[in-house]
Design a protein around this ligand. Structure first.
Ligand code: ZN
Length: 435
């Protein structure tokens, strides 16, 4: 994987984007999502969709919209012992409005802490069960004295909309799409999920600047679970266009890359990601599909079974900072974000090149010298490999082997085989197989 200057610059730009998005209080609905998407519109011209509360989407229905302005817990001395303004993680996400005095005993039923990491604030949600609560460091919790507390959550939970963003990069084939999906519902948390948002947005920008793409690329910026369920429900008739897909998140930490295969396990995207990871020369991990994780759960539900995998660095739950206030700006780095973007770009580069060809002259080798394709005097290493690539392509192009399969069998790089395929096509010896 080449580390180009623009990848390094992109890493820094993605980090700046994350810094801008970090303070916003997002949830599965509400103005935080709209604000996030409108900031992304400075990078890509994504379309914002609004789906009304109550819309039936398969077994679910679009929930009420949640917005929050302020929240605190105040003691009888008038001191705010917990303040939403200090961190939006302090409020149980989707808390219903409340403004009343409560005893310590009642308050404790609504407090969430992490005793194992006592300085961190946990991230908790209550989307489908109306509740209120505060998330606080255990160090704060253990010092709370007996008192009458003024609990104030200035939120609204009412009919509104579910908001999501969609961006399509049109390639030459409008009927064959690659889906890149990322969730946008977490508040001030960086690796999960701002890193995914940043990498997806910059990948989208990169692809929109390419002039000759074979596939069309559909990017979804959606609230987790309910967003993918809503999108699949509204777009059911078009999902057969999705030829390959990836769910993007957890892409800014220093851990190794992890790829969770699609439910099919033998989809082209599974092979392509494995090949690209192997070629990085770095440690990586590939795991089989399981129905636990992110939106791949919906894309890979049996009624769809789409070829969608999930490409992350350290996966959810495997780093202690996951879903806590420690997944902050210091937990993600420009270098790791840049490397993740480079990996995604390379996956797409290989997907674009992974075609199946047909040798039009299959009985014995064609006479290459006559066509200027045979260098009898030898040459530099690269030239020798190109020559080998030509021979491998001619031999394996019976319409049954993809470029990636030829790369794996020959030990030659996809990039080089693709170059050889161009030469053979120009010489009229190879055609792209359409079947
Ligand atoms: Zn999460």
């Amino acid at each position: 994987m080449k580390k180009t200057n623009d990848i390094t610059a992109n890493g820094e730009e993605m980090n700046s984007l994350i810094r801008r998005l970090y303070p916003i209080c997002r949830s599965i609905t509400g103005n935080g999502v709209r604000e996030t998407l409108s900031i992304l519109q400075e990078t890509i011209s994504l379309q914002m969709h609004e789906v009304p509360t109550g819309t039936n989407v398969f077994d679910w229905s679009v929930p009420k919209e949640w917005n929050i302005r302020d929240a605190y817990i105040m003691n009888s001395a008038g001191e705010k012992i917990v303040d939403f303004k200090a961190s939006n993680l302090h409020v149980l996400n989707y808390s219903m409005p409340i403004h009343r005095k409560v005893s310590l005993a009642e308050l404790k039923n609504h407090l969430f802490t992490l005793p194992e990491t006592p300085d961190w604030i946990p991230y908790r949600t209550s989307y489908y069960n109306e509740n209120w609560g505060f998330c606080i460091p255990y160090t704060t919790y253990k010092d709370i004295s007996d008192d009458l507390y003024d609990v104030h959550i200035d939120s609204t939970l009412e009919d509104g909309h579910l908001t999501y963003g969609e961006f399509l990069v049109e390639g030459s084939d409008r009927q064959r799409e690659v889906l890149i999906s990322t969730h946008i519902c977490h508040p001030s948390l960086c690796n999960d999920n701002l890193s995914g948002i940043a990498v997806a947005a910059f990948l989208a920008r990169h692809l929109s600047q390419q002039s000759s793409l074979r596939y069309s690329y559909r990017f979804l910026f959606i609230p987790g679970t309910i967003g993918s369920i809503t999108w699949l429900s509204l777009n059911e008739k078009n999902v057969t266009r999705i030829n390959h897909g990836l769910v993007a998140t957890c892409l800014g930490d220093t851990g190794r890359f992890t790829y969770k295969k699609s439910r099919r396990g033998d989809a082209e995207i599974d092979d392509v990601v494995a090949y690209v990871l192997e070629n990085t020369g770095n440690d990586y991990k590939i795991v089989d599909f399981s129905p636990y994780g992110y939106d791949e759960r919906q894309y890979c539900s049996p009624g769809f079974d789409l070829p969608v995998g999930c490409l992350t660095r350290t996966t959810h739950g495997e780093y202690p900072q996951y879903h806590t206030s420690a997944d902050d700006l210091s937990f993600v780095s420009s270098g790791c974000l840049g490397e993740s973007l480079a990996l995604y770009r390379e996956v797409i580069n290989v997907l674009e090149k992974n075609r199946t060809y047909l040798n039009v002259n299959q009985k014995c080798e064609p006479q290459l010298g006559r066509r200027g394709l045979y260098k009898s005097t030898g040459g530099a290493e690269q030239e020798k490999n190109l020559q080998l690539g030509i021979l491998w392509l001619l031999n394996m192009s019976d319409g049954k082997h993809t470029l990636l399969e030829i790369a794996q069998r020959s030990g030659l790089q996809c990039e080089l085989l693709s170059e050889a395929a161009c030469l053979l096509k120009d010489a009229g010896l190879l055609e792209e197989s359409t079947s």
